[in-house]
Write a protein that binds this ligand. Structure first.
Ligand code: GAR
Length: 196
């Protein structure tokens, strides 16, 4: 299973995927390409470290979505990779048709809350401020409804009384780093396409 990772940030989840691959824990999955929508995204530094192609793909002019031209560039680049699975690991843009039509059932997203609670931006902060006692992270199929696609798996994280946003964030991220590679390994052994 050929994986393309899309990210916008530091890339700790992409790193967890690549480490799992190195350790032989991704089953038949392997990362063939990383794309970032920001030229200075930390995720791009993983390329040379792990021997994976990692490139900036311009997504201007918008900040939270792709315009028609940028979307076509993303589609063409991912098609050229012959990707079986596209993993959104901190990719902070909403995807729409034709991207989701082209790759229907093959795009998964990681979100830092127990969906359907706290979709959108800053899932950890939303949960912390709301005062829930259990939060966590979710991997789901990407559909037109933002953070609303079929849930593949989740991990729970207890909010301790003395947690700060920083300590809670660290535990949610640790849960993400375990969950996402485990989901990818499972998907590589099964039929990827959900009934959307
Ligand atoms: C992760 O916490 C992920 O759940 C979140 O961005 C972070 C990326 O971290 N994604 C979203 O909030 C998507 N709505 P990373 O760049 O270190 O992997």
């Amino acid at each position: 299973m050929r994986i393309v990772i899309l990210g916008s940030g530091r890339g700790s989840n992409a790193e967890a995927i690549l480490k799992a691959q190195q350790a032989g824990r991704l089953c038949s999955a392997r990362v063939v390409q990383i794309y970032a929508d920001k030229p200075d995204a930390g995720i791009l530094a993983l390329g040379p470290r792990f021997g994976v192609s990692a490139d900036f793909l311009d997504a201007a002019p918008y900040k939270t979505k792709l315009d028609g031209t940028a979307e076509q560039h993303y589609i063409a680049a991912i098609l050229a990779c012959q990707a079986d699975l596209i993993v959104l690991a901190g990719f902070m843009r909403v995807l729409k048709p034709p991207f989701l039509t082209q790759f229907a059932g093959r795009v998964i997203n990681l979100h830092p809350s127990l969906l359907p609670s706290f979709p959108g931006l800053d899932g950890i902060g939303q949960a912390f401020r709301r005062g829930v006692k259990i939060t966590g992270c979710t991997v789901h199929h990407v559909t037109l409804e933002v953070d609303g696609g079929p849930i593949i798996d989740q991990a729970a994280v207890r909010v301790e009384d003395d947690d700060t946003l920083e300590t809670l964030s660290a535990r949610v991220h640790a849960a993400e780093h375990a969950l996402l590679p485990a989901v990818i390994a499972r998907l590589s052994n099964s039929d990827l396409r959900p009934t959307l």
